[in-house]
Design a protein around this ligand. Structure first.
Ligand SMILES: *[C@@H]1O[C@H](CO)[C@@H](O)[C@H](O)[C@H]1NC(C)=O
Length: 178
């Protein structure tokens, strides 16, 4: 009886921690044979909402992650938009732009609003993996869409991308204001 109760308490605690909805600041870093870079994201209007592009300076881009719905929701500067991975038409290797959209937006087939998962210090994706386990391959990178570089994920290896990859870094966003 005691065991059962303490197991219940522990799992209730684990759930409350996972759903804490801490505000995270989002920025990028990248590694390449030429060196490492870091920066912030700027939002760029896109067909379905906003894409992200690399920028310098400071940024208010912040979000919360809900583990129950597996949704990343923007807090600043456009509160309420959710992160989506949207297939880039005709791309090979298959590439998804990472965009912020209204939750009611109808997205193209193959899009996902539940494939970005916060890991230790950066986001991981379950995209590109048949079993929903974190993909070992795939890189985050900027890609050109109609001549504008926007942040995306491509189903290719680090080597195929010439030893270059970027990350969506997570920092403490509790002090970020819009
Ligand atoms: C970039 O972020 C990733 C994920 O947090 C980390 O593993 C890597 O060491 C970082 N790279 C640099 C150059 O900071």
């Amino acid at each position: 009886m005691f065991k059962l109760t303490s197991a219940f308490v522990i799992s209730a605690l684990a759930i409350s921690v996972a759903r804490a909805q801490d505000t995270m600041g989002l920025s990028w870093n990248s590694t390449s044979p030429y060196g490492q870079s870091t920066g912030v994201f700027t939002l760029v209007e896109s067909t379905y909402g906003y894409s992200m592009a690399f920028a310098d300076g400071t940024s208010s881009l912040s979000a919360t992650y809900d583990s129950a719905s597996q949704t990343l929701t923007q807090v600043c500067p456009q509160g309420g938009l959710i992160a989506a991975m949207i297939p880039l038409e005709g791309s090979s290797p298959s590439t998804f732009t990472i965009e912020w959209v209204d939750p009611t937006e109808i997205l193209p087939e193959g899009s996902s609003t539940t494939s970005l998962v916060p890991g230790d210090g950066a986001f991981l994706t379950t995209m590109g993996s048949p079993n929903g386990v974190f993909a070992q391959n795939g890189v985050f990178k900027e890609v050109s869409v109609d001549g504008v570089y926007v942040f995306a994920w491509a189903d290719e290896t680090f080597e195929e991308n010439q030893d270059v990859t970027a990350w969506i870094d997570i920092s403490d966003g509790s002090a970020i204001t819009c």
